[in-house]
Design a protein around this ligand. Structure first.
Ligand code: S3P
Length: 173
């Protein structure tokens, strides 16, 4: 088991959860999905947290969880797509972890989540446009606040895991 955490960041729907589960299995690591953990603790879905308490409250929960995760070891952590908006979150996650940006084209993302209603920030209106606009806005943050990136556009999750394993091995050399 590796000591350092592997922290997956990237835009909503890029596959952090699916890839993270497989990556954890391959590395004999514990898998933690931050959104799932927040939902469990709040006892409600992310959409309901946003609706009832607002995004700011959700962000507080996210940062509290980053604080807890910063002292863990040997985990693969799938973050929520907005975790990189806070510098504090990233400092915390980097304490014990390598931050890997899963990059994918807007089309790849759209294909993954076109029928999905669980992401409040993309609900209502033109989903493709929302993806493009928000991705453009966040791109510099993903690039600046990650340690390494993997472009998985057009790949199946198993191929993406292979690429990420290669990148991690290369970094250990
Ligand atoms: C968000 C991404 C979501 C979830 C919340 C906000 C964001 O996670 O945390 O809806 O701001 O990008 P996923 O990236 O797992 O969809």
């Amino acid at each position: 088991m590796r000591k350092e955490n592997i922290v997956l960041v990237g835009f909503m729907g890029c596959g952090k959860t699916t890839i993270g589960k497989k990556l954890a299995r391959a590395n004999d690591c514990v898998f933690i999905d931050m959104d799932d953990e927040i939902e469990k603790r709040a006892g409600m879905k992310i959409t309901d947290i946003f609706e009832k308490y607002g995004e700011a409250e959700f962000r507080k929960m996210e940062t509290e969880l980053c604080e807890e995760l910063s002292v863990r070891q040997g985990c693969v952590i799938a973050t929520g797509g907005g975790v990189i908006k806070s510098e504090k979150n990233m400092e915390l996650l980097k304490k014990n972890g390598i931050v890997l940006y899963i990059k994918a084209s807007p089309e790849h993302i759209y294909n993954n989540i076109r029928g999905d209603k669980s992401r409040p920030l993309l609900n209502g209106g033109n989903k493709m446009k929302k993806i493009r606009d928000m991705m453009e806005e966040r791109r510099p943050l993903y690039e600046e606040r990650s340690d390494v990136e993997a472009d998985i556009t057009g790949m199946k999750s198993s191929e993406a895991v292979g690429l990420i394993m290669d990148i991690l091995r290369e970094m250990e050399k």
